[in-house]
Design a binder for this molecule. Structure first.
Ligand SMILES: Nc1nc2c(c(=O)[nH]1)N[C@H]1C(S)=C(S)[C@@H](COP(=O)(O)OP(=O)(O)OC[C@H]3O[C@@H](n4cnc5c(N)ncnc54)[C@H](O)[C@@H]3O)O[C@H]1N2
Ligand code: MOO
Length: 396
């Protein structure tokens, strides 16, 4: 039997030599979830001018403790006049501080008496003034290359008036479902058949990771069909993901078809689930052969496809999953294979608890339903209830 390869070895073989996909310019309205190909430099100070954090009165701090006439009214969106000496300005949140003023007092602290604003004396110079450039300074880096454009980043771009960004093209993925027993939802099951649950599950994960699914095919269990469809997929995809057909049975054709067209880099991993996972390439196209069991596909997607897609997107945060330690509510023991157990996380005042789904068999997709994390139990390890286990948090 072939020697089992470590997950680390498999990952480095998989990621070796991947070059980021080329940049493309897209509209910011279409950019959610995309990864910046170039650092964006701020063009503008944000805020562009000193402005008020409160509804109240703007004044010179030197005039604190006095009764001041109100010489102007500054609403947000309107330019102020310079502040006449010995006066204050009625001002609203977001209104620009009039030249000459340096402090704002909130209106709850001011009383009006005979048209004069009575200003308290216990105020600090600069109170309630949001300084120009406090959030962003022009000519400084706004968002680094490799940033995934989520809500705050999209807001930042809009704050600069930016409408287009350069992002990495999403890697193109071909998803091939092998197996004579596999039929699509909507079709009636004949004896011996099951529905294709891996395809929608992986499609969703791949989409979340930032890939573009360009081909989805069913592959019958014969060598010629497997070889033909792998060849078609290699012509149109950066990454081919196959499910099933990588084990040792004579109906498992993926490895041989891959070897006939390109090369098999690695097969048989010291992980559970996912032992028969096969990695290789056809020309520049990477091939990830996931075992057919749905949990092997789920775990394989998080452990291998996420960092692979991240390498095409040059997105550093996708290289690894965030790690945390949690108290196991289960007992387990591993042998030669590292176990990636599906756990739900409970955050308590005493710390985080990892709840393992009772049935951790790789055919039991229910174990992934409530999985927030994968508890990683190293090879040849015994875990007792209450011990700390390292968990990989399942987040894009
Ligand atoms: N003699 C041995 N047999 C097996 C070994 C082994 O070392 N020696 N390894 C076992 C392990 S571990 C796994 S994992 C599986 C993986 O086998 P394959 O990758 O060849 O996958 P299949 O046999 O095609 O399928 C496995 C299982 O998953 C079901 N399946 C397949 N595709 C789908 C799909 N798209 N949606 C839902 N379910 C799917 C399939 O019907 C099988 O039940 O091999 C073990 N055997
Ligand atoms: O490695 Mo298999 O994926 O345990 O079931």
């Amino acid at each position: 039997m072939a020697e089992l390869q470590s997950v680390e070895r498999a990952l480095s073989a998989l990621l070796d030599g991947v070059s980021p996909s080329e940049p493309e310019w897209i509209d910011c309205t279409q950019a959610a979830g995309r990864v910046l190909a170039e650092t964006v430099t701020a063009r503008l100070d944000v805020p562009p001018a000193d402005n008020s954090a409160m509804d109240g009165y703007a004044l010179r701090h030197a005039d604190a403790g006095q009764a001041l006439p109100v010489s102007q009214r500054v609403a947000a969106g309107h330019a102020p006049e310079p502040l006449a000496s010995g006066t204050c300005a009625r001002i609203f949140t977001g209104g620009e501080i009039p030249p000459g003023a340096d402090t704002v007092v909130m209106q709850e602290r001011v009383t009006m008496h005979e048209q004069l604003a009575i200003i308290p004396d216990d105020i600090e110079c600069g109170d309630n003034v949001r300084r120009r450039g406090r959030d962003v300074r022009a000519s400084t880096p706004l968002l680094e290359a490799g940033t995934r454009l989520e809500a705050a980043a999209l807001g930042h771009l809009a704050g600069q008036g930016i409408t287009q960004v350069a992002v990495h093209r999403r890697p193109r993925i071909a998803l091939l479902s092998t197996g004579d027993e596999i039929v699509e939802p909507g079709q009636t099951l004949a004896p011996g058949q099951i529905h294709n649950s891996n395809r929608p599950m992986l499609s969703r994960l791949l989409e979340r990771f930032g890939a573009d699914l360009v081909m989805r095919e069913h592959v019958a269990d014969d060598f010629a069909t497997t070889q033909r469809l792998l060849g078609d997929a290699a012509a149109c995809a950066d990454i081919i993901v196959t499910t099933g057909g990588v084990s040792v049975g004579e109906e498992d054709h993926v490895k041989h078809a891959l070897e006939s067209l390109g090369r098999l880099d690695l097969w048989q991993l010291a992980m559970r689930p996912g032992k028969p996972l096969a990695l290789g390439r056809i020309g520049e196209t990477r091939v990830v052969g996931l075992p057919g069991n749905p949990v092997s596909c789920f775990v394989g997607a998080w452990v291998y496809l996420r960092p692979l897609i991240g390498a095409f997107l040059a997105c550093p945060r996708m290289a690894t999953l965030p790690r945390l330690w949690a108290r196991a509510d289960f007992e387990t023991r591993t042998q030669a294979r590292r176990h990636y157990m599906r756990v739900g996380l409970e955050f308590t005042p005493e710390g985080v608890i990892a709840h393992a789904f009772a049935d951790q068999n790789s055919a039991v997709l229910s174990s992934c339903l409530e999985a927030d994390a994968l508890a990683v139990i190293p090879e040849h390890t015994t875990v007792r209830a209450g011990e700390q286990v390292e968990c990989l948090w399942l987040t894009e």
